[in-house]
Design a protein around this ligand. Structure first.
Ligand code: PDD
Length: 277
């Protein structure tokens, strides 16, 4: 029986219930984080909690628990559920209230977390994945890690129907990011990824890869690139907390580079794994 955590209490997942009036359910009025568990330990949970606090600030939702408490909860869930490799999901919503779009006078946030096993080492996707290009239909604050994600749900469903592992979203000819990942390309030995703005999520893995690249002597340039540049790239890759670094070897029916995971992508993945171990 799996244990989750809801509003300050550890309980069996089957016993965890929230109101039909929860604003997370009614409006997608909430924010979340996903952190990896590797060797039984949380990866970069501190950075995830800094981003959660920022997301909450941006939507005017005060923190109900301090970062140290949430950090303890996330680690405890991994431990209690016997998770060596997997993820911890943490969500905060503006809680239950009579349905009205503006904030309720009294906010009682709903805060919960759960853990799941997921194989992260020896990932068969490290042999390369296919992505499906779709227009980015999202709003103008993609920097907020919001649970309002209908556009990503549709993008990733379209990707699945196209037999692809991930959606590659683009807007005005430029690649924004993946459905739930950041996208990078490599050209002439330099790695490019889109600069942070309101157009993309500032990925924690993306951030960590800057350090990994530094250590590996790989130059990274934060610059937006077009879909055409991605198609013509030597290498293409994606990063996220739950996939680490994966080579993108196909964009729809187009083969990227040699069609095999590129050397620079492999160096970054290995560097990331070594740092996590
Ligand atoms: N998604 N961009 C988007 C739109 C994302 O949803 C995510 C993460 C990322 C990568 O961020 P990070 O490196 O911090 O995981 C980029 C998580 C994994 C999810 O929704 O499951």
């Amino acid at each position: 029986l799996r244990t989750c955590w809801l509003n300050g209490t550890y309980i069996a997942e089957e016993q965890a219930h929230v109101s039909i009036f929860d604003r997370g359910l009614l409006f997608g009025d909430g924010v979340y984080e996903v952190a990896a568990v590797f060797n039984g330990q949380l990866l970069d949970a501190d950075r995830h909690l800094v981003r959660l606090a920022r997301s909450q600030r941006e939507i005017g939702l005060p923190a109900a628990y301090d970062a140290a408490t949430l950090m303890g909860v996330m680690q405890e869930l991994a431990t209690r559920n016997g998770i060596q490799e997997g993820l911890v999901y943490l969500q905060v919503t503006r809680g239950a209230a009579e349905r009205d779009f503006p904030f309720p006078a009294q906010v009682h946030p709903t805060v919960f977390a759960y853990a799941r096993p997921k194989k992260l080492s020896d990932d068969p996707n490290a042999a390369g994945v296919r992505v499906h290009a779709v227009p980015d239909l999202r709003w103008q604050r993609c920097d907020i890690k919001s649970t309002s994600m209908l556009a990503q749900v549709l993008a990733k469903q379209a990707a699945r129907e196209a037999g692809a592992f991930e959606a590659l979203m683009h807007e005005d000819g430029l690649v924004t990011e993946g459905g739930s990942s950041n996208i990078w390309i490599v050209r002439d030995g330099i790695a490019y990824t889109r600069p942070t703005s309101h157009d993309i999520l500032a990925g924690i893995t993306r951030d960590v890869i800057f350090d990994v690249a530094d250590d590996a002597g790989v130059t990274v340039v934060q610059r937006a690139f077009t879909l055409e540049q991605a198609l013509a790239a030597d290498e293409c890759l994606m990063t996220s907390a739950t996939s680490f670094v994966l080579p993108i070897t196909r964009i729809d029916d187009h083969v990227v580079g040699s069609g095999a995971p590129g050397p620079l992508t492999q160096r970054l993945r290995e560097g990331y794994l070594a740092r996590a171990a």
